[in-house]
Design a protein around this ligand. Structure first.
Ligand SMILES: Cc1ncc(COP(=O)(O)O)c(C=O)c1O
Length: 334
C-alpha cells in the first residue's frame, strides 16, 4: 500500500454509458481517469516514472526532477514530487493555461517557461526539450523522466487495462485510447498482447498530429496529439486509428455532458466522436471501453464556453452543437 495521497492513484471507476447512443447497439463503458487525485490518467504515469527511477537509483534524496509538460503530466509530477520532498522543475511554453500554471506553482513546482518555438519546426516541444537538456547540464543530481521514451510510462498503463478486464470480468472486444506520448496505447496494447486476449485496440489521434503519419497542423485542444512522433509509438500497437478535429472534440464533450452528465476533457470528446464514426463497423453487442483521460473542469473557459466556441469555430458551429445536444433526449429516471 502506498503512502498518503499516492494510495489514491489508479483503481478508477468503470461505468456503462447507456445514453450515448439510442438504441444502444453496442455496450459502451467509460474508464474514468479523472478520478485520479490530480484529475487525469497521468497520475499513474507520474507515480510510476518516479517510483521506478527511485528503485533504479536514478533518483536519490535531493535529486531535482526536470520534465517538459504544460498539462496533466506536469501537474501529476508536481504532486508526487511534493509528497516525496523532491524538487521539481517543469518546463512549459506560452500555450499553458493560467489554471495549469497556478496548479503547478501551488504544488510547489518551479516553472521554467520557454518563450519562443523551435526556429526550424515552429513547434514549442523541441524548444522545451532543449531547455530540459540545458537545465540538466546546469543542475548536478538532476533527473529527466522523459515520458516520450520511458517504458515506465506504458508500464503504468498496463494496470489501467488490467483494471478494465477485472471490472468487466473478462476482456472487452475493443478499447479506444487517445494518443499523445502513446503511453496509454502502448500500455493497453502490451497487456492485450501478453495476456493473449482478443481485444481490439483502437487509437484516437488529433487531426494535425503527426503520430500516425498525417501532416502537422494547428491543434487547439491540449492532451492528445503530438508535433513529433514519440519514441513509444510503434505501428503494431493499434489495429486502426481514427483522427478527430478540434471541433469534433468539442461536440463529443458536449454530447457526453448532455447525455450522460459526464464533464470530461477534450480528448474524451475525441473518443466519443471516434466511436460515433466507427460504431456501425463494429458487430452488434460489441463491448467497447473508452479510456477517458481527464475531467472537464479545466476546460470551462474553452470547450464548455459558448463564447469561446463561437469565437473559435464560428456561429454556425455553435448552432450545430446546440442542435446536436437538443436532439438527444435524456430519459428521465427520477
Ligand atoms: C487529456 C489527455 N488526453 C490524452 C493524453 C494522451 O495520453 P498518452 O500520453 O498516454 O498517449 C494525455 C496525455 O498527457 C492527456 O493529458
Amino acid at each position: 500500500m502506498r503512502a498518503g495521497i499516492l494510495a489514491t492513484v489508479g483503481h478508477t471507476p468503470l461505468i456503462p454509458l447507456e445514453r450515448l447512443h439510442t438504441p444502444p447497439r453496442l455496450r459502451v463503458y467509460a474508464k474514468l481517469e479523472g478520478f485520479n487525485p490530480c484529475g487525469s490518467i497521468k497520475d499513474r504515469t507520474a507515480l510510476n516514472l518516479i517510483e521506478s527511477a527511485i528503485a533504479a537509483g536514478q533518483i536519490r534524496p535531493g535529486t531535482t526532477v526536470i520534465e517538459s509538460s504544460s498539462g496533466n503530466l506536469g501537474i501529476a509530477l508536481a504532486q508526487v514530487c511534493r509528497f516525496l520532498g523532491l524538487p521539481f522543475i517543469c518546463v512549459v511554453d506560452p500555450k499553458i493555461t493560467t489554471q495549469n500554471l497556478r496548479l503547478l506553482m501551488t504544488y510547489g513546482a518551479q516553472v521554467e517557461r520557454v518563450e519562443n518555438p523551435d526556429p526550424v519546426t515552429g513547434e514549442y516541444l523541441p524548444a522545451r526539450i532543449q531547455r530540459v537538456h540545458a537545465l540538466r547540464e546546469a543542475i548536478p543530481n538532476s533527473y529527466w523522466p522523459d515520458q516520450y521514451s520511458n517504458l515506465n510510462n506504458p508500464a503504468a498503463q498496463r494496470q489501467t487495462m488490467q483494471e478494465i478486464v477485472e471490472a468487466l470480468g473478462d476482456p472487452p472486444d475493443a478499447v479506444l485510447c487517445t494518443t499523445g506520448s502513446c503511453g496509454t496505447l502502448r500500455g493497453c496494447a502490451g497487456y492485450v498482447r501478453d495476456s493473449g486476449c482478443k481485444t481490439e485496440i483502437i487509437a484516437v489521434d488529433a487531426v494535425g498530429s503527426v503520430i500516425f503519419g498525417l501532416p502537422p497542423g494547428k491543434r487547439l485542444i491540449p492532451g492528445h496529439g503530438a508535433a513529433v512522433r514519440p519514441a513509444l509509438y510503434s505501428a503494431d500497437l493499434a489495429t486502426r486509428c481514427v483522427h478527430v478535429t478540434d471541433l469534433e472534440c468539442v461536440r463529443g464533450c458536449r454530447r457526453l455532458l448532455h447525455s450522460e452528465a459526464l464533464l470530461a476533457g477534450g480528448s474524451s470528446g475525441a473518443l466519443v466522436t471516434a466511436l460515433e464514426r466507427i460504431r456501425n463497423e463494429l458487430p452488434s453487442g460489441t463491448r467497447c471501453v473508452l479510456v477517458l483521460p481527464d475531467r472537464g473542469d479545466r476546460y470551462l473557459d474553452t470547450i464548455f464556453n459558448d463564447d469561446w466556441i463561437e469565437k473559435t469555430f464560428g456561429a454556425a458551429a455553435l448552432a450545430q452543437i446546440a442542435a446536436l445536444t437538443a436532439s438527444h433526449e435524456t430519459p428521465c429516471n427520477a
